[in-house]
Design a protein around this ligand. Structure first.
Ligand code: 4AD
Ligand code: MG
Length: 430
């Protein structure tokens, strides 16, 4: 008999099925064992009734421990009280792999302990919900760009130069040279945009940020679109449409997981276009009104981002920051040379910056001067400058950090639970 997956159990009411999975939890009362069996697609209650099974099956049900792998045979019956609407009346049970003294018990554990056991923690129902939502978000991002004519243009992981500042580079020997793990695929994506018009990349990015905050990882995933002939206004339109789509996909397809996480779904449903747009200077005023003084020229930190986002029920786009606090590749605002044509999207509910992007400097000489002003090695950027020598056009794009978006959509306090194996300041294992 072929095995059935728990998420399809409803198609088999009244039938005999075989489930292959693991024992999630167990409750017993004399003549009955209630086995919570999970198989990765769901969890279902399987009832072992002493009178209905051979003695050795009942004895096995009595003795199997949490997270043992098991094959269960039984009949599917409707049950109004069950979360899936069904339970299984067990007729046969087989132990595949024993599990003794499983370290993660239903009692409370500290975060450090859980992170040490991350390879097992991912089996727990909350983690399961988070990682399924992450998977949904990743698919939604790809679908969005794939369906709109963007070419997937994979950027390299090993790079010869910095994209987002030289202080957060991970260095690695590269034969006789030094390579750095990429901080962003953007510079390469610009070549892609000038070749294909619309391109995107989606991969891991790395930053040796000595910051121990709830929003920072050393290794995180970024999705980055880049479009030729697009300006800052177009970039903001794209970012807003994209984020509305991604949130909408999770709300539509992952209601069960959001419920497991007790997420307030109404907050997500209000993430609809248009998103508010304010300039950096308007943001300074808004902060001032809340009693937070930021000197003109300074970038916003977590506290400021949270304070700004609290004024809105959906993500807010903050544009035109002072050029001095932003990256070398940004184009200056022709109406005010002190400002960069850039945008950050801040998530609501205090989840901070989820998107950074903007219009790129497209003039060869200006870009060359900026590279020099930022003390970056000219040789390493010769190819990048070439893009301004051979048919330069206005172009723009952005990068969205997946883990921050997962944290926001799931309503998690910390990004450490948003990726299967988080890389943090003081953690490289498991
Ligand atoms: O704002 P950032 O630094 O922008 C760039 O890297 C651009 N080159 C992207 C582009 O225009 N193509 O990073 C983009 C996003 C941030 O908004 C944030 O969501 C995420 O990446 N991010 C991090 N996420 C987790 N941990 C970190 N250490 C992060 N640093 C940035
Ligand atoms: Mg940023």
């Amino acid at each position: 008999m072929n095995a059935t997956y728990i998420d399809e159990i409803g198609k088999h009411e009244g039938e005999e099925v075989t489930l292959r999975g693991w024992l999630y939890n167990k409750r017993s009362s004399g003549k009955l064992h209630f086995l919570q069996v999970r198989d990765g697609t769901g969890t279902i209650q399987c009832v072992v009734f002493k009178k209905e099974v051979p003695a050795e099956v009942f004895a096995l049900a009595d003795h199997i421990a949490q997270e043992s792998s098991i094959v269960v045979r039984g009949t599917v019956r409707a049950d109004d009280r069950a979360p899936l609407g069904y339970e299984v009346g067990v007729t046969g049970l087989e132990l595949v792999g024993e599990s003794t003294d499983y370290p993660i018990t239903p009692k409370e554990h500290g975060v450090a302990f859980l992170l040490d056991h991350r390879h097992l923690w991912v089996r727990s129902s909350r983690q399961h919900a988070v990682l399924r939502i992450r998977s949904e978000i990743t698919h939604a991002c790809r679908r969005y760009f794939d369906e709109r004519g963007f070419v997937l243009f994979d950027s390299p992981i090993l790079t010869p130069a910095a994209c987002e500042g030289t202080t957060t580079l991970f260095e690695t020997p590269y034969f006789d040279e030094t390579a750095y793990l990429t901080q962003s695929g953007q510079l390469y994506l610009e070549a892609g945009a000038l070749a294909f018009g619309k391109a995107y990349c989606f991969g891991p990015t790395f930053r040796a940020e000595k910051s121990k905050t709830r929003r920072h990882l050393m290794e995180f995933w970024m999705v980055e679109p880049e479009v030729a002939y697009m300006d800052l206004a177009g970039d903001m339109d794209l970012a807003e449409d994209f984020v509305e789509y991604v949130v909408g996909s999770v709300v539509a397809n992952r209601a069960h997981e959001l419920a497991v996480l007790e997420r307030d779904v109404d907050r997500l449903k209000s993430v609809r276009k248009p998103f508010p747009r304010i300039s950096y200077e308007q943001a300074l005023d808004l902060l001032h009104d809340k009693g937070i003084e930021v000197a003109w020229g300074a970038d916003f930190g977590a506290e400021e981002e949270t304070a700004i986002s609290e004024s809105f029920d959906r993500p807010v786009l903050v544009h035109r920051y002072p050029a001095e606090c932003k990256a070398f590749y940004m184009k200056n605002d022709p109406d005010n040379e002190k400002l960069a044509l850039c945008v950050d999207m801040l998530a609501p509910e205090g989840y901070g910056e989820i998107i950074g992007g903007g219009q790129r400097e497209d003039d060869w000489q200006t870009l060359k001067d900026k590279i020099a002003a930022h003390d970056l090695p000219q040789e390493a950027f010769a190819w990048y400058l070439d893009l301004r020598r051979y048919g330069s056009v206005p172009h723009a794009g952005f990068g969205m950090g997946i883990e921050r978006v997962v944290a926001w959509i799931c309503g998690l306090h910390h990004v450490r639970e948003t990726i299967p194996f988080p890389r943090m300041l003081e953690r490289l294992t498991p």
